[in-house]
Design a protein around this ligand. Sequence first.
Ligand SMILES: Cc1ncc(COP(=O)(O)O)c(C=O)c1O
Length: 363
Amino acid sequence: MTRRTFALSIPILTEAALAQRAAVQGPFPPDTVWLNANENPEGPPKVAMQAMIDVLPKSGRYHYQEYRDFYAAVAASEGMEANQLLVGAGSSEVLQAAIHAFTGADRPLIQMSPTYESPASVMQALDRKVIRVPLTSGYYADVKELAKAAEREGGGLIYICNPNNPTGAVTPKKDIDWLIENLPTNTVALIDEAYIHFAETPDMESAFKHIKAGKNVVVTRSYSKIFGMAGLRAGSAYGRPDLIGRMAPVRNNVISIVAVRALLATFPEAQSIVADRKTRFNKIRRDLCSWFKDKGLDHIESHTNFVMVDLKRDVRPLLPRMVAKGVAVGRPFPPLDTMLRVSIGTAADMDKFRRVFWEVYSS
Ligand SMILES: Cc1ncc(COP(=O)(O)O)c(C=O)c1O
C-alpha cells in the first residue's frame, strides 16, 4: 500500500460539526432559544416536509438506483454537470474530503483567522499544519497574505469562507478574482459559500465562474442554512472533474433517502424559497443591528444569518449567564474576544435575545 492510499483509507470521524453546540454548557431551560449555530428556525420548506413524510414508509430500502438522477438534479440546480459535484453529509463532509485530497504532510491548510474552524480541526486530527492569516480591517480574507503564505510553503489548500463565519463579512469579488488569477503552484482554493444566499451586496459573487474557467477551485455549499435542513445533513462541493475525482474516495457514503427526497422537492421552488427567506431574515437582522446602534454598541456589517456585536469587554462571562436565562449564543472566537456572535432567529427569538442580553449586559 502506498503512503497516499494508506492516508486516504483512514476515516477521520471528527465531531467538529457538533463543536458549536457542545461549547454551550447546560443545564438548558426547556424553552431555550438556540442562536448559537446559525441554523434556520423555520426548518425545511413545506414541500420538503411532505416529500419526507411520503418517503418514510419506504425508507426500509436503500434506493441506490435513484442517486444518479439525484446527483444530476443537484448539479443542474447550480448549472453544473454531475461530474463536477460531490454530495456529502453536510458541507462538513465535503470540506473534510477536500482536506484529505489537497493537504498533506508537506501541504498545509492556509486560512483566514478567525474563520469556520471545522477544517482546521480535521487538520489537527491528521497532525497537519495550519497557517492562520489575520483578517483585513474589514473582517474578510486578506488574499494577498494568503497567497504569499501558500507561495512560501510551496503550495497547499487555501480555505476562504465567503461570507465569513464568524464575522459575516464578504471578501469582495475583485479580491477572489485576484487570488484565483494568482494562485501559487500546487495550490487549490477551497471557497466555502455556506451563507451566500443571505448576501445582497454587489461585492459578493460565487466562485462558480472560476470552476467553469477550469481553475484550481473547489466551492462548497450547505443545505443547513437558508434551506433549514441542518439535521438532515446535506451539502455539496463543486469543482473540476479531476479535483472532484480526488475528493470522492474519502466521502463516506450516499446521504439518506429522506434528505434526497427533501432536496428534490425543494429544487423547483428554490429560487422563491431563497428570496422569501432572505428578505425575512435580513429584515430581522437589520432590526437587530439598529437596536445595537441605539444601545451604543458597534457591530460588524453582516451579510449572513448572524451578527457580531462588540461588547468592548470579554464576552466569556456573559455566555453562561445568558444560557441560564434560556438564550444560547455563539462561543468565543479568539482573537475577537470582545465580540459576541448571535444567529438570526425568528422575530420572537430576537425579542427574547434583546431582553436577556440587555439584562445580563447591563447588570
Ligand atoms: C462556514 C460554514 N461552513 C460549513 C458549515 C457546516 O455545515 P453543514 O455541515 O451543516 O453543511 C458551517 C456550519 O455552521 C459553517 O458555518
